[in-house]
Unconditional design. Structure first.
Length: 276
């Protein structure tokens, strides 16, 4: 066996002895190895010192912990600090301290509070202002709508052309007057008074021929006290007559307006062709 392995050993020795397998160290390799060894020793020393310091700290902490637990029975309970009060403490002058005043909650102004609470829903029914009641105006051109209306053919149950007996039968005439003589006229008061109609003229031949108004107004709303401009606006077809004007009332009758200056002073309703 030994003789058979000798050629192999010789061959291996020859190969390992070959100069091509030699490794030549580079320049400065020795210094680098020494410096690396020094760094390794410093790190080990630092780790050893740090581990010792940590062990010391752990021992001290453990001693404090166990010592604190051992002495808890001998210590008195410490008072709990009271929370800072937000109430104002009046100073000697009676004014609140500046610090407490700054901590007082601020109340937002009404406008901000309203904006924060939000506007009411758009579909909420908001009551509108009540409509203005219609005014009961008199006919066109009227300013004095205080009296009753007379015309165009009379006043209430009394009518133009009605005989004296028929007029008495209405019960509107005052008292038991004397019938008018034939061919002439007489005036009569109304039982209701002379406020609306001052008097009624009755002819012995033609019956009731006229009404003299007090506060009564025409069908167009003109009464005593109206202005001339109002009269002309209500009756554009006025006809000048004596101291005033006349205007058709309808049914053959006419209104007669007495004017003084620029004011209507009297209003009458007259039958057509009345002479009294």
């Amino acid at each position: 066996m030994t003789d058979q392995n000798e050629p192999l050993d010789d061959e291996l020795r020859r190969l390992f002895a070959d100069a091509r397998l030699d490794v030549s160290p580079r320049e400065g390799a020795g210094e680098a190895i020494v410096a690396g060894a020094k760094r390794l020793r410093r790190r080990r020393a630092a780790m050893t010192g740090g581990g010792g310091a940590l062990a010391v700290v752990a021992l001290i902490a453990g001693g404090l912990t166990f010592g604190g637990l051992h002495n808890t029975g001998d210590q008195q309970d410490l008072p709990i600090a009271a929370p800072n009060s937000t109430e104002r403490t009046p100073s000697a002058s009676g004014e609140p301290s500046p610090g407490s005043a700054s901590e007082e909650p601020q109340t937002p102004p009404p406008s901000q509070a309203q904006s924060q609470t939000g506007a009411p829903p758009s579909d909420t029914d908001v009551p509108s202002a009540p409509a203005t009641p219609p005014s009961s105006s008199a006919p066109s051109g009227s300013v004095y709508a205080v009296g009753p209306v007379f015309g165009p053919d009379g006043y209430e149950a009394l009518k133009l052309g009605m005989s004296y007996d028929d007029a008495v039968a209405t019960g509107m005439l005052s008292g038991q007057g004397v019938p008018p003589p034939a061919g002439s006229c007489s005036t009569y008061q109304l039982a209701e008074g002379s406020s609306a109609i001052r008097d009624v003229s009755i002819s012995g031949s033609n019956g009731v021929v006229g009404f003299r108004a007090g506060t009564a107004q025409t069908t167009n709303g003109i009464a005593a006290g109206a202005t001339l401009d109002q009269l002309k606006a209500s009756y554009p077809d006025l006809v000048a007559s004596g101291s005033g004007y006349t205007a058709a009332a309808g049914g053959g009758a006419q209104y007669q307006f007495t004017v003084a200056g620029d004011t209507v002073t009297e209003v009458q309703l007259l039958a057509q062709g009345a002479t009294c």
